[in-house]
Design a protein around this ligand. Sequence first.
Ligand SMILES: [Zn+2]
Length: 497
Amino acid sequence: MRDCFEVRDTDAGGRIGELTVPRADATVETPALLPVINPNLDTLSPRRLATEFGAEILITNSYIIHGDDDLRERALEEGLHELLDFPGAIMTDSGSFQLSEYGEIDVTTEEILAFQREIGSDIATPVDIPTPPDVSRERAESDLETTQERLEIADAADTGEMLVSAPVQGSTYPELRERAGRHADGTGLDVFPVGAVVPLMNDYRYDDMIDVVAAAKRGLGADAPVHLFGAGHPMMFALAVAMGCDLFDSAAYALYARDDRYLTVRGTRALEDLDYLPCSCAVCTDHSPAELRGLPDRERESELAAHNLHVTFAEIRRIKQAIRAGNLLELVEQRARAHPTMLDGYRTLLDHAAQLERSDPVSKGSFFYTSHESARRPEVVRHHDRLTRLSVPDSLLLTEGDSPRGDEFDDAWRVEPPFGPFPRALSKSYPLTAEVPARTDRAALEAAADGVARLVETNPETAVTLAHRGWPAGVRDRLPDGVALVDLTADDRDRSR
Ligand SMILES: [Zn+2]
């Protein structure tokens, strides 16, 4: 177990954890949001972030401080916490972003790490190479080599109690991201940002973002705290947490406010388009949209930034509660409905259901089937795996009917979409207590048929009869040959004559 991070609770790939930050003498509960503070701009003061918003940790850029004579002197003299006037933990970035934007920077990893330590940073960052999406494999690989050399320099440096992050790069090549994750995990470094995903999010490529994170997670150990670097829109937090991200940083709250943009968990709205404010934070209950529009520029920006940050922190709390309650994926399903590209992100998440299944609790409150994507949740994957381990008699009836039919079978099991078959003794255990809509959809029937197929294929000696409620031909086609079929709805029709 990594000393600085402890997982307390899990749901799908999401977790509530505790990040111990020794230098700040603080423990940060994750998922956590790190508001980004530009040391030159004070949209909302760090002190206010702590007292009014409950921020336990923030992130600022040591490269900007290093490059500004006045800030550098003050940071070295007073220390970073005093300079920013923030009582919690402070993470610092290194200039990697500037490197990716402008092509070069004038510090080395050794220098900037030593500087971060001198000014009192609690979590430092080496100068990694943020490789953008879609570059050639050669470039992604050679950039990654450089990043890995920098991580090794950071690992060998004397950083005292300060935690040090180990960014995971590799562009849009899952295999490289996985390799990068494995390498980073093998260092003695502490926090693992998945880097260079901002261009993916700017282009609404949530599907690619999920593939990148899933790959990095396969390389990193389950005890590694993962930071989705540059991700600050609350709309995608639930999705990213479900894939296993623990830390987010938001510059969005301030940047969007500057452009009169209003964040919601369903996307961004232009202040000028709003007739109503769909939020109950102090800003939105004290003002109408017209009043906000009428404020002087600085004041409007600050009020919008405050709203944006309230929404962002509220979503983090909602996600934590969902993890506790075991319904994180139901929250993800709701968020996925806000934008088609978010739905792509959720569908991609479910491509990794077997990976999520490893951390998903065996038992939770209740499985709610709320969209046809629910048929691909990790609980369904796990049930199908379990079917291969159950012992079955020589002849078995699988039925969607209420009571076992006839005595000609050794046993009768229930069939419930989307799970498929199970012995009646399991019907009171999770997830088979699921709440499913009475109007079953095709995806649930197909998943149930796949469950039957798994059972039959594992037990070729057993004579299996399936009594189903009018499964269409395309669904029945998923069943192996040799399964005897009885259509219960045909019986119902006979009876009603
Ligand atoms: Zn608000």
